[in-house]
Design a protein around this ligand. Structure first.
Ligand code: PLP
Length: 390
């Protein structure tokens, strides 16, 4: 049986067309983009072509796109860069309880430096309330950072609305759009954001390259020092193959964005409907409709997520518990705790995330396999004693 990959939220396979677009950068186009000679100019032209393509995809100016090493760096850069650059104006940051660790840990780091952080709660579907954001803003607030869609539970946040509040109150607004970039249609103006993070490897591009969109006029200090690359905003020789691959990945995603979102939404809903028909003692985490087209996050009563992931892996099905970052620890994920799942329930969480190479037959295979795995594990679970088998 060919393995079934359902962990696209952790990373995606690189599209072969992206690999082909990158290959010349390991050949003739090897120059340093900062060099004045022809080799350098060729490399520079390649990254500027990618920049223009990506900027136009989100309705930005090319000069507003800074290439980084990925989503984590972009989040760190946005939060620390804006906090430090605006320290004289204020020392308060607003974020949410379900952000990626790259955002949460950056905020925690700044807290140790004396910044104050308000970490807003979410409701049981994982939604941030824009009215809560408005209430939390003080005259010391320099930055709001709320993710576009959550990587674990798939909930899509009311970013445009929060952005409108931020704009009215003249507070910078950053969103981590790593899970939506290339998957949902948006422009930076529609979202009302000043800063936005994205990462190529979440849209069938290469790993190790991402971007931070920085609206013109935003006060931000560089995170990396030692060179004038990226208009002095990000030192270090650019990852030319990565950036070219990122550009190709965006071009491919843009070409089929609407159809792909509709296709995956249909698969997602077929999966959810099918699993509820076949299995008792489960719940869907995240908002039922305001969710990523590719995300299914389930909690299964009385068993451990790790056991299910390993059993499914033996059957050739790859998924995850919570997020990949937290799956090596046995701590329940901060997102599941934030939506108020009981502790025991949050241990049995499974995330299936679909993508470009997912087929309908894959959904059916998982609908077949998962009830068997759950039934077997429940039969062995002391927690499930006294309850009816699945
Ligand atoms: C994957 C992910 C990141 C980290 O991106 P990297 O490119 O792997 O550093 C950040 N935020 C979210 C929401 C993600 O899903």
């Amino acid at each position: 049986m060919t393995p079934i990959y359902m962990d696209y939220a952790a990373t995606t396979p690189t599209d072969q067309r992206v690999v082909e677009a990158m290959l010349p950068c390991f050949g003739d186009i090897f120059g340093n983009p900062s060099s004045l000679h022809g080799f350098g100019q060729d490399a520079r032209a390649a990254i500027e072509e990618a920049r223009a393509k990506i900027a136009s995809f989100i309705g930005a100016k090319p000069a507003e796109v800074v290439f980084t090493s990925g989503g984590t760096e972009s989040d760190n850069f946005a939060i620390k860069g804006v906090a430090w650059a605006n320290h004289k104006k204020g020392d308060h940051i607003i974020t949410s309880a379900i952000e990626h660790h790259a955002v949460l840990e950056s905020c925690r780091f700044l807290e140790k430096e004396g910044f104050k952080v308000t970490c807003l709660p979410v409701d049981s579907d994982g939604l941030v309330d824009p009215a809560e954001v408005a209430k939390a803003i003080t005259d010391r607030t320099v930055l709001i950072s709320i993710m576009h869609a959550n990587n674990e539970i798939g909930t899509i946040e009311p970013i445009a609305e929060i952005g409108r509040i931020a704009k009215e109150r003249k507070v910078y607004f950053h969103t981590d759009a790593v899970q939506t970039f290339g998957h949902l249609p948006f422009t930076v103006d529609e979202l009302n954001v000043d800063l936005l993070s994205a990462s190529a490897h979440k849209l069938c591009g290469p790993k190790g390259v991402g971007l931070l969109y920085i609206r013109e006029g935003t006060r931000i200090v560089p995170f990396m020092h030692g060179g004038e690359q990226e208009s002095g905003r990000r030192a270090s020789t650019q990852n030319v193959p990565g950036i070219v691959g990122f550009g190709k990945a965006v071009e491919l995603a843009a070409a089929t964005l609407a159809e792909e979102a509709a296709r995956l939404t249909a698969f997602r809903d077929r999966f959810i409907k099918g699993i509820f028909e076949r299995l008792g003692g489960i719940r869907l985490n995240g908002h039922p409709t305001r969710r990523l087209p590719n995300n299914i996050n389930l909690s299964v009563e009385s068993i451990e997520g790790e056991g299910m992931v390993l059993s499914l892996d033996m059957l050739g099905i790859a998924c995850s518990t919570g997020s990949a970052c937290s799956s090596s620890s046995l701590e329940p994920s901060h997102c599941l705790l934030a939506i108020g799942l009981p502790h025991e329930f949050s241990h049995g969480s499974l995330r299936f995330s679909l993508g470009r190479y997912t087929r309908e037959s894959d959904i059916d295979a998982v609908l077949e396999a998962l009830p068997q795995v759950v039934g077997r594990l429940r039969a062995m679970s002391p927690l499930y004693e006294g309850k009816k088998p699945a």
